[in-house]
Write a protein that binds this ligand. Structure first.
Ligand code: HGY
Ligand code: MN
Ligand code: MN
Length: 412
């Protein structure tokens, strides 16, 4: 069996092991700071330690393994992805990039590669932003971009981010010390989470950019009432208002389906009962686009639509922009090296823009970034059916080895 297939099987074995650690029996959920999350981090920590990396867990819960150059003044090349998950997740989104990164470093150690720069493998602690509805907490700390006003954000149980950091054994006062001062570059391997490679029957693609995204939390406040006595034309129904808003948003996104996507992923009827007209509804909005002007225009027209639907129904709206990230470009030099590695490995070079967000977004402010996509089953992700074939992981390992050789020999 070829060496890449052997290495890929070891990556998959570790992915399967990590996937057994979850908050909910029967599905995969490891959200920032929970006990299963910490158990998963410890497992990755132990693997990094076993591999011979200088391993630590920083104040925001990132698991970090360093392979040092002999030159103490050298810059750092980071390889990473995230180990937190969405709810009822697949097993590859995040862990694939962390455990393939670990394999790449194990291979460098085994081949006694002389490193002109430090390489740091990072398992980011909160890329998905499930618990506090704000993403990239781990990578923002490493990039020195963490906003301390996020420390008072509360989760659905009223627990603040700073309390969770303390519970994890971190010290939020020391977060600024966890940043990497001198970056050489960043490389992330991730499943495509889209159907292109599956349709084209190609194992890998190079990522040229990451779409921008706007995330908002919207509260509709009407009047709760008796389901049996309030005439239909006298209601201020918060749920009917939210429902019309959801369909109007879908209609607007469909009209621009080649450029934008818009999703209302969460909707909660507050103090709901089957015989009460909903008085209060909270929902989320997630809008994405690779072009900033189109993204802003779509976001603003969705917001205007929201207010006009609510006004028509005499319902109040509170609109809170939770986070906005601009479209991000991958570094040309690193991306060309990745294209070269793909063609040297015998694959056609496919260039894709990622609709999904990744930790390279905040990191791009302080470092050149690069990403390699791996084909996944029908493009399915954020779903337990998510799957990547071992042979595609083997192909991605071969490409990544060649890419790293290029970076090391030319210090791109
Ligand atoms: O939602 C996303 O873009 C990614 O899964 N964090
Ligand atoms: Mn991901
Ligand atoms: Mn994800």
């Amino acid at each position: 069996m070829d060496i890449y297939q052997v290495r890929a099987e070891k990556v998959v074995k570790r992915i399967e092991e990590l996937a057994l650690i979850t908050e909910e029996e029967g599905c995969i959920t490891r959200t920032f700071g929970t006990k299963p999350f910490l158990e998963g981090s410890k497992k990755v920590f132990d693997w990094m330690l076993e591999a011979g990396l200088l391993t630590t867990i920083d104040n925001i819960g990132n698991v970090r393994g360093k392979l040092l150059s002999d030159n103490p003044q050298a810059k750092t090349f980071v390889i990473g992805s995230h180990i937190d998950t969405v709810v009822n997740a697949g097993k590859f989104d995040g862990p694939l990039g962390v455990l393939m990164g670990l394999d790449l470093l194990e291979n460098l150690i085994q081949s006694k590669a002389k490193l002109p720069f430090h390489i740091e493998l990072i398992a980011f602690s909160d890329e998905e932003g499930v618990r506090f509805h704000t993403t990239y907490l781990g990578s923002k700390v490493v990039a020195g971009l963490f906003e301390s006003n996020k420390l008072d954000e509360k989760d659905c149980h009223g627990i603040s981010l700073k309390e969770v950091i303390n519970e994890m054994g971190g010290n939020y006062h020391l977060l600024p010390e966890d940043k990497i001062a001198e970056w050489l570059g960043y490389f992330e391997i991730h499943i495509e989470q889209g159907p292109v490679l599956y349709e084209k029957n190609i194992p890998v693609a190079v990522v040229t950019g990451i779409a921008g995204q706007q995330r908002a939390e919207i509260t509709f406040t009407g009047v709760a009432g008796h389901a049996g006595t309030v005439p239909m034309d006298m209601r201020q129904d918060a749920l009917a208002t939210a429902a019309e808003f959801v369909l109007e948003t879908e209609k607007l996104a469909l009209e621009q389906k080649d450029k934008i996507v818009a999703t209302i992923g969460k909707l909660e009827v507050i103090q709901s009962a089957s015989n009460v007209i909903p008085g209060k509804v909270v929902c989320t909005l997630d809008v994405r686009c690779a072009e900033i002007d189109v993204l802003n225009a779509a976001y603003n027209s969705i917001k205007e639509t929201c207010y006009s639907v609510a006004e028509k129904r005499n319902v109040d709206v509170k609109w809170n922009l939770v986070q906005g990230t601009n479209p991000t470009k991958c570094d040309e030099t690193l991306t060309n090296a990745l294209k070269e590695a793909i063609s040297q490995s015998g694959h056609p070079v496919i260039e894709l823009v990622s609709g999904a967000g990744h930790d390279g977004v905040p990191i791009s402010a302080v470092s050149p970034i690069s990403m390699l996509f791996v084909r996944c089953f029908k493009g399915i992700s954020h779903n337990p059916l998510e799957n990547a074939e071992t042979k595609d992981i083997a192909a991605a390992i071969e490409v990544s080895d060649k890419f790293l050789e290029e970076v090391i020999s030319n210090r791109l």
